[in-house]
Ligand binder design. Sequence first.
Ligand code: MRU
Length: 366
Amino acid sequence: MKIDGKPHRTIWPAEGGDAVEIIDQTKLPHSFEIARLETLADAAHAIKAMLVRGAPLIGATAAYGMWLAMRADASDAGLSNAYDRLYETRPTAVNLRWALDAARRKLGPLAPEARPDAAFKLAGEICDEDVGINRAIGEAGLSVIKEIQAKKKPGETINILTHCNAGWLATVDWGTATAPMYLAHDAGIPVHVWVDETRPRNQGASLTAWELGNHGVPHTVIVDNAGGHYMQHGMVDLVITGTDRTTRAGDVCNKIGTYLKALAAYDNGVPFYVGLPSPTIDWTIADGVRDIPIEERSAKEVTEMTGRLPSGEVATVAITPETSPAANPAFDVTPARLVTGLLTERGCAEASEEGLLKLFPEMRQA
Ligand code: MRU
């Protein structure tokens, strides 16, 4: 992604090498602000308070968090404390565990004095790998978009619906669900994206719309309940979402509301694809509904809304009766049977254990 015409990642080592910098996503789309992470506590706060969010970026931030922790205390106790502190920040995105396990595997056998440099190198590698993975997911998705284009009249627009933000901002670069959209747009294929607002935190309205607009991709923000209507009227050619954790059987856990979109897509014969980087596959579980921990977030995210007033001031207002309780599960699970295909860095997999193992045969149990 480019900001002011220059390539820009969502996380990077600060100049001088003494900190990590991120885009503070809680400030978007109203202002673009950079935040500096200098300590383990800063990294844990950035993940928990959602200055960074999205499964791959959570993993990358955790990896840099391990580096920040090792600079302060590279002892065995420091390593174990950093792992636990970061692990408890958010429960659903499996990339967090994946990155922390990778750090522990790498750093555990090393002498403490070697750990900070090794942690820094590993975090950089995880970021570079994420960029390559997303670019490859983009290619897999582009093939699907081209197949759909081939069935349309020349010049006809391809309408893609997406939910939440599985874009550049949710990864280190490109995005998972958005990479195919960016590649198609850059290749001159006329795409238009229906962006679900994604209540209650509005990642679609605030983040996906902002980054698609920044890249010049035509898009329209819609309320979460509009997708089914547009599908019934032939105005959605395909759905592409991201995922926070996909089981080995292909069940997809993603932002709350994804399941309803998948049901509507199934009922209307609209293909439903998921951008799935391999670090987001949880090979240890098969049944997503039973086994994936769903983050329960503050009721205030439901009872209040934040936005920009005409004066330019950003304000939070209450939208429910003061006495009404609210519940706020942040994710849901779409069963594999509703998923047309999983767009991975190795190509498009059928959403099933066999489908995933065909592309990742090294995960087949002996
Ligand atoms: O709660 P969030 O904003 O971290 O949730 C993010 C999502 O649900 C994304 O769609 C998912 O992480 C895929 S990111 C490429």
